[in-house]
Ligand binder design. Sequence first.
Ligand code: FO1
Length: 324
Amino acid sequence: VEKNEPMICVLAGGVGAARFLRGLVREVDPASVTAVVNTGDDTILHGLRISPDLDTVTYTLADAIDPVRQWGLRDESWNMLEALRRYEGRRPQGSSAASTWFGLGDRDLATHLYRTARLAEGALLSDITTEIAQAWGVGISIVPMTNDRVETMVDVLDDGDVRRITFQEYFVRHRHAVPIRGVDFVGATEAVPACLEVLASAETIVIAPSNPIVSIGPIRALDGVDRVLRDRRDHVVAVSPIIAGGTVKGPADRMMAELGLEASVTGVARLYAEICGTLIIDERDAHLRDDVERAGLRCIVTDTMMDDVGVAARLARTAIDATS
Ligand code: FO1
């Protein structure tokens, strides 16, 4: 690994970003990489602050993520969750105590306990995130998009009425099986972004193949982020999370369609055209190259299906080369 490598910043959500980062650290010195991670998915349950995307990135880079679920830790046990069920039946109406719809594994719980206790002591989420990443031996910088609380809320259609629920209620409790009418990043306009310096100085800014609406959307909603990205558009490269009109994981395709966007690489290109110079699309979408270029982006076609870390490493190299 070369010394003094150019800095690379990756705008990250959960699984897709984590897989990309695992490939990237095979190609470059991890010390040259900063992941700016969405915290709009964060939630408080049982009084604990849970940061799914931060933990997915950390656990993946530590090679500790559960390979099947793609969230939480491998070799997990669920004694706490089982024990909680005793109280669930006794819970009064209107209480959310002892909720068991969100899977908190026994070992994963330690991370939430640590994060919550440190927040209660007044520590910054960014410092806590560094402490957790270092404890797991992760070599890149993992930075929450902001130290302030931003909460992604989803307006869902429920029996003809629009109802507002938290992102985790939408994603986990309802298994993202309810149609959405809108998303709102509550707190984003007042929040102070924790990423403007790294965005201003990175040689390469990669928008990871994450959900453009609820993973990249909250980062972009922070004051100044889109402005910096626009100024540095030639240094920004995105990897499409949409392949052949669908997603590898998660509901990005459906969410886009339900919000009136085209669930295709062209739809992604239109969302990113102002802030991003190059879009990397999968070979399966090669026929849409002209559409992407008509949207105003340079288009690179390659294998983006990160089934193994070798593909992810080659994809990362392609992204770096696109901006240098
Ligand atoms: N996803 C699920 O589908 N079900 C769960 O019970 C669940 C628990 C969970 C616990 C900790 C954590 O860090 C993530 C967890 N996830 C779970 C995944 C996560 O909520 C979503 O994948 C992301 O928020 C989407 O990016």
